[in-house]
Design a protein around this ligand. Structure first.
Ligand SMILES: Nc1nc2c(ncn2[C@@H]2O[C@H](COP(=O)(O)OP(=O)(O)OP(=O)(O)O)[C@@H](O)[C@H]2O)c(=O)[nH]1
Ligand SMILES: [Mg+2]
Length: 703
């Protein structure tokens, strides 16, 4: 392969809803880029991009595939991202390394929720977008409908560079408003003729060309002036204006495409080369690279995919891992088009490549020449939406399951595995049920472990709502050394300012705080401990023991064994024994006094509440709302964005298990949602009664 310098490299990620045709478009781009001489199809399971077995089984992309095309003397690196939000991790990895995005819109559907989701992700990542209206050869393709849909979703941002001639089954060309030519395609292999615009389209082309020039001028003041004076701009000037609008995210240039028939693909690639954003990096600086993806491939083992961020990367050079100084050296490097790997000796800043069997080739790693101080940071991924508990069907497989999960999580940054000490469960989180099922499939097929997924326990909390006192005497004087400790304490909710006036045993009492210990609890909330003992009833030296006893009970709350939080404890009296008082006695007395006071202080079980935001087509709004209410959700603000309804609700986590699946089934897969922890709230009375009964039953089972 030719050596490409930074200015001749463009990096682009293909985005859009599922089935919009990204993988098919990638295949056409690779065909135009001479990487393949025959195009595969998703149906025949022979595309370059969908090369993983699980992708072939599902006939869809699951992982982002790094590809490239050599076109008109330049190199376009392409990442074909999956369209399902369940697998959005691939797009987020791409945002870190691509300067350009192509958003595919399925001409049969117009803007779908998936289109909207990925355009929003891209906007957040400041990624310039061009729109490819794909599948213009399909029966349902109607240009006016598409334009309306784009306007509704993106306002004035779409800038039309073309319009199709004969959209629908006989689609075979388009009028290009930049060159003012008619491109006609003779076959389904991208063979195009550049013709004069047919008379019947001439007026429309003239009108739209004028609009395009005016739009392009809007992005540059000097161009605007020139346009006012002369009424037209040169092709170069239009491109300049467009480049500014595109780069700043104010314009989404729109292209007419049939990926399947290879119509419009070359024009799209020419745009990326001529108007698209070049990598913003310096090939004369010291070499540094960023690993954005890693996986395991048959015959190769661990493969790490990287972008050269600086300088020129060559084989045989020593690199240092920025995070921990680990050393790596590449004996070979490749340009990757899916499974196909072409050996390269050097890659310039901006270019993509891959390398096998690094010591630590995980995504998110920076490798650079020693001493350069380069570090490209981490990639941010969206918060997981689906949470379940996982265990091996055979207990003897637990270790193997642990290893499998570790391996999978190291290749998929959106697969999050944690062992919850609190719940005593392994919790697997991902972006949706499809995502989790792919993980399950891999554990089963690649690691030979049969697993079970089930509803995870909810991390409840316990707290109190009232003031209560209790005293406890621990006395053990039969045989051996005796134990004696007596603690009187008062508990109240830890909220508002510190109040030290209470009614104790029917008497108004003013407590005087001698010492205090305020702890932020690792599971959230706090414990405030005040020593108000007068007259040396308990030695100061025993206070830590009392606190220890209380903390033990906070760790396993009196109601359901969940963590307790937000409690103030005042120890105001007690008794000691000159010989038998010792630490253990006060631990026990503190624990039991606290437990009793807690039970009398209006104890409450708290549950985690999440802020849920649903984005759905308006027609499903009612169904989504009643479903949220059935989940004990409290509906909040409603809104609209880009033609979709936005619902907000506060919903208990206990009711969110498999929500993504239900939402998908009630909206025919057209809605999406996000969820984020909000706070803890008391559970309703009936739920508390049920939880108490469940805990009591489980306790007696254990006895
Ligand atoms: N008629 C027609 N069909 C197309 C075109 N492009 C893609 N398709 C078909 O649409 C379906 C989906 O195509 P893919 O390329 O897998 O779509 P994708 O966007 O990669 O989908 P995901 O990977 O699931 O996100 C396949 O059946 C393709 O053959 C097109 O231009 N015209
Ligand atoms: Mg695909």
């Amino acid at each position: 392969m030719k050596e490409y310098s930074t200015k001749d490299i463009r990096n682009v990620v293909l985005l859009g809803s599922t089935k919009s045709g990204k993988t098919t478009l990638a295949e056409a781009m690779l065909f135009e880029g001479k990487v393949i001489d025959r195009r595969g199809t998703v149906e025949d399971k022979n595309t370059v991009s969908d090369y993983e077995e699980i992708e072939k089984i599902n006939q869809r992309s699951i992982y982002a595939a790094p590809l490239y095309a050599e076109f008109q003397g330049k190199k376009i690196n392409i990442i074909d991202a999956p369209g399902s939000d369940d697998f959005c991790g691939g797009a987020f990895s791409a945002f870190k390394v691509c300067e350009n995005g192509i958003l595919l819109v399925n001409a049969q559907q117009g803007v779908e929720v998936g289109t909207e989701i990925f355009s929003r992700y891209a906007e957040k990542a400041n990624l310039p977008l061009a729109i490819a209206v794909n599948q213009l050869d399909s029966e349902k393709a109607d240009w006016d409908t598409i334009k309306n849909s784009l306007a509704e979703a993106f306002g004035g941002k779409p800038v039309y560079l073309q319009f199709p001639v004969n959209p629908g089954t006989s689609f075979d060309g388009f009028v290009d408003l930049l060159s003012m030519k008619y491109y006609h395609f003779k076959d389904n292999n991208g063979t195009r003729e550049e013709l004069d615009i047919p008379a019947e389209y001439a007026d429309e082309a003239e009108l739209l060309h004028g609009q395009l020039v005016e739009k392009a001028a809007e992005f540059d003041e000097a161009l605007m002036e020139k346009y006012f004076e002369e009424g037209d701009l040169s092709l170069e000037e239009i491109n300049k204006g467009l480049a500014q609008g595109f780069t700043s995210g104010e314009a989404y240039p729109v292209f007419c495409v049939s990926a399947k028939k290879d119509v419009g693909v070359k024009k799209l690639m020419e745009f990326i080369l001529n108007v698209g954003v070049a990598p913003k990096c310096d090939e004369t600086a010291p070499a540094g690279l960023y690993i954005y993806k890693n996986n395991v491939e048959q015959h190769l083992g661990e493969v790490s995919f990287f972008k050269v961020m600086s300088g020129v990367v060559t084989t045989g050079v020593d690199f240092e891992e920025s995070a921990n100084g680990g050393k790596e050296r590449f004996s070979a490097m490749y340009a990757a088009a899916g499974q196909k790997k072409e050996s390269v000796a050097s890659l310039h800043a901006g270019d993509f490549g891959c390398v096998v069997k690094l010591k630590n080739g995980k995504s998110g790693t920076t490798l650079a020449v020693p001493g350069s101080g380069l570090d490209y940071g981490k990639t941010e991924f969206p918060a997981p939406k689906y949470r379940c508990a996982i265990k091996a069907k055979a207990q003897t497989d637990e270790q193997k399951l642990g290893d499998a999960l570790k391996k999978i999580a190291s290749q998929d940054p959106t697969c999050i595995v944690e062992y919850s000490k609190e719940l005593r469960q392994t919790i697997l989180s991902g972006n949706g049920e499809q995502h989790i099922n792919v993980i399950k499939w891999r554990i089963n097929n690649e690691f030979g472990v049969d697993v079970e997924l089930f509803s995870p326990k909810v991390p409840y909390r316990e707290t109190i709502t009232k003031v209560a006192c209790a005293q406890y005497r621990h006395k053990k004087q039969s045989g051996g050394a005796g134990q004696f400790g007596e603690v009187h304490l008062l508990v109240c909710p830890a909220e508002g300012e510190l109040n030290t006036k209470f009614k104790i045993d029917g008497k108004d009492t003013q407590l005087n705080v001698k010492t205090q210990d305020i702890s932020e609890l690792e599971w959230g909330g706090k414990l405030e401990f005040y020593n108000c003992v007068v007259g040396g009833a308990i030695d100061l030296g025993f206070m830590p023991a009392i606190l220890k006893g209380i903390k033990e009970k906070m760790n396993e709350g009196p109601l359901t064994g969940s963590y307790a939080r937000d409690i103030r404890v005042f120890v105001y009296d007690g008794k000691m024994h000159p010989v038998d008082s010792k630490e253990i006695a006060f631990i026990i007395a503190g624990r039991n006094a606290f437990k009793e006071a807690f039970r009398n202080a209006g104890p409450k079980i708290l549950e985690p509440i999440y802020n849920v935001e649903v984005m759905t087509p308006a027609e499903y709004q009612g169904a989504c709302m009643s479903d949220l209410q059935n989940r004990r959700g409290i509906l909040g603000d409603m809104g609209a964005d880009k033609g979709f309804s936005i619902l907000k609700a506060r919903v208990p986590l206990a009711e969110m298990y498999r929500y993504s699946t239900t939402l998908s089934s009630i909206t025919s897969g057209s809605a999406t949602f996000t969820m984020e922890f909000a706070d803890y709230q008391p559970v309703p009375g009936d739920v508390q009664t049920k939880l108490l009964a469940e805990y009591a039953a489980s306790e007696s089972e254990e006895d």
